[in-house]
Design a protein around this ligand. Structure first.
Ligand code: MLT
Length: 408
């Protein structure tokens, strides 16, 4: 008899964005004439930067001739891309990351979801709340979460680090020992950002406790405040205790093109039952080369073009466009009397809806035909909030905010 992985039975409802998609589909079926504006899932809407498109085309042309054709590439990514990443994203900011510590992949969602696989199932996992659901669900699937507790609305075996208005959605360090810590800054969903000093506290905690930080920096391109770090490796000691996930999705419009990378410094160690140190880099390399066959050559060439002079200029314009939407959304919501955070160094605006967050979601959907994301979908501490994404055209954002203003 074929048996299931029992841990899947502990997963709560459907994955957040599938749940939203079902409600949206039902609304569209019932209201075929209403033009819906989607400010829910953070999916980009603008075309790829011209520099990426040209590099993409040229690489496709190479694939069209036997002389320049590429078959399987190196699983970890082509050197041209790994070197461009290490040089521009890290060394240029004073972080000593080398090209062979960069693993190119097809998404930060996959990498941040898969990375836990290389650790024991009996480690203690800490997640912030609200949280990007992938970190939680992949640990549930792996059997690390314990049972779902309907009284607390949480998994018994996970350590939840509460984010709230009082701490500005920057949770405090755990009060009990933990082994694996998921952090995301600029934060999805709240848009909060962490200073170097705040990250340093986490790095110090991890060093003192032989813990490891999984740092999701998928939104770093949106950081405008020059005092804020873009990478956890800008903090001293982080190379010993932190893995960083990055993506071209939000930076350069690659959600449908697929290219991301994970930095695994060679200093990072995890431990055997007997306390012997093992290189996390070699474990991840083993896992990655076994289960992944690299990103396509044309896509890696398109990603490399992000670092060209023209690419950098175009990517900055793209980010500025979405940040202008974010500013507009935040201003409008504040004018309507809603408290907001985010939207300044992040494409997400986190709004205190002053009530049930799914009810607020349904109200915006049914009355304004605008899709947002209910905060409760990101955890217990998200209850009462909604997230509005700035990823859409300015025209749509403006129409959406006009409609919201009419109905709230
Ligand atoms: C989000 O809306 O939170 C993101 O688009 C999800 C993702 O990047 O997977």
């Amino acid at each position: 008899m074929i048996k299931i992985n029992q841990h899947y039975q502990k997963l709560q409802a459907s994955y957040l964005f599938s749940n939203i998609a079902k409600r949206v589909a039902a609304f569209q079926q019932a209201n075929p004439d209403k033009a819906l504006i989607k400010l829910g899932i953070g999916d980009v809407t603008r075309a790829l930067p011209e520099a990426c498109v040209s590099a993409f085309h040229a690489a496709v042309d190479e694939m069209a001739s036997d002389a320049t054709f590429h078959g399987y590439g190196p699983e970890q990514g082509y050197d041209f891309l790994r070197e461009a990443i290490a040089r521009n994203d890290f060394q240029a900011r004073g972080a000593d990351i080398q090209a062979d510590e960069v693993f190119v992949s097809d998404g930060a969602k996959c990498d941040s979801g898969n990375f836990q696989e290389i650790f024991s199932t009996d480690i203690k996992v800490a997640i912030t709340d609200p949280v990007y659901p992938v970190y939680v669900d992949t640990n549930v699937m792996a059997g690390r979460s314990g049972d779902w507790n309907s009284e607390t609305g949480r998994y018994d075996g996970l350590v939840y680090l509460d984010g709230n208005r009082e701490n500005g959605f920057i949770p405090a360090l755990p009060e009990e020992p933990v082994d694996l810590i998921y952090l995301c800054f600029p934060n999805n969903p709240t848009g909060s950002t962490a200073t170097r000093a705040q990250l340093k506290e986490w790095v110090d905690y991890a060093r003192a406790n032989k813990a490891l930080i999984l740092f999701d920096a998928a939104y770093e391109a949106f950081v405008q405040d020059e005092t804020l770090p873009h990478s956890i490796y800008e903090v001293e000691g982080a190379k010993e205790v932190a893995i960083e996930f990055r993506s071209f999705s939000k930076t350069a419009g690659f959600t449908g093109t697929r290219c991301a990378f994970t930095v695994v410094p060679k200093e990072c160690m995890a431990y055997t039952e007997g306390g012997e140190a093992v290189s996390v880099h070699s474990l991840w390399n083993r896992r990655h080369t076994t289960k992944f066959n690299s990103v396509s050559y044309p896509v890696q060439r398109a990603a490399e073009a992000v670092y060209s002079e023209a690419g950098q200029k175009q990517v900055k314009e793209l980010v500025a466009y979405y940040l202008n939407n974010a500013r507009y959304i935040r201003e409008k919501m504040e004018a309507l009397g809603y408290e907001c955070i985010g939207g300044e160094n992040s494409p997400y605006i986190w709004i205190d809806g002053k009530g049930d967050s799914w009810a607020f979601f349904d109200k915006l959907l049914n009355q304004a035909a605008v899709v947002c994301t209910p905060g409760a979908g990101f955890g217990k501490c998200g209850e009462g909030y909604i997230r509005i994404s700035a990823f859409n055209s300015f025209e749509n954002v403006k129409t959406a905010m006009d409609r919201i203003s009419q109905h709230l």
